[in-house]
Design a protein around this ligand. Sequence first.
Ligand code: ASP
Length: 290
Amino acid sequence: MTQSKTALVLHGGAGVLAKRSYDREVEHMRGLAERGRTLLKDGMSAMDVVTDIIKALEASGLYVAGKGSSPSSDGRYELDAAIMDGPTRMAGAVASIEGFIHPIEAARTVMENTPHVLVAGDGAARLARKHGMKEVSDPVNYYKPAAVPDGRAIATGTVGCVALDTQGRLAAGTSTGGTLNKTPGRVGDCPLIGSGTWADSYVAVSCTGQGEYFIRALAAGTVASRIRYLHESPEEAAIYALKDVKRLGGDGGIIAVGADGRIAFPYNSQGMKFAAVFTDGHIEAGVRAA
Ligand code: ASP
């Protein structure tokens, strides 16, 4: 079935500092939203657009993912990422991967080139190497932790993207350096399918916030279930999931796009960096600061 409606939302994390300017990030995200809009209109698949946008977010150094990742408590950079294809519900993820420019590509390789969904640690690195992914040759100089702007730390700042393409296909992806000073080996919600990332034929979802709460709330899966079984809108379902996260003591944000192109990007943390392309083509970008 060919339909013409396309939509996209991306986020740069729910961790924001009240008085810091995020003009650079917002400008960057607006540019990516424009790029995503063009790629979708040109007929690129939601899966390829999500991959493309997340790679750009990872390479920018502006967010706590890829180049901007924050280190674990022992100074190492252990990254998580996941990607999911709505129509097939194929998914791939890497956890605690070290030494690669684009963890999202490694996640996609897990989906496309293995029978698995999640590969962690050294195994993930070996798989990425085998498939020729770009490596970080000098971690000390490559990473520029975006979580510590001007010496002031924020704990979180994951990136994510959800898209609906001209064929009606949905896809979601999330990539993160995790939380600042995390315990070595800690895995957050992003690479756990149904917690931080989800896509099916109803909705594509990517979450951001302290991952432990999103895991315990099964946040992304909850959004999907409420849409599927209760026929809620992406906005209603995402707000419900965030309330559950809050009940457990956490906060953060969720981006979602439904099969009809309705989008949502609520948050209940101090703010969320985001850009959104609505079905009529207009773009909104900003830092939603509370
Ligand atoms: N959810 C991420 C994690 O816990 C952090 C974030 O969203 O910034 O690893």
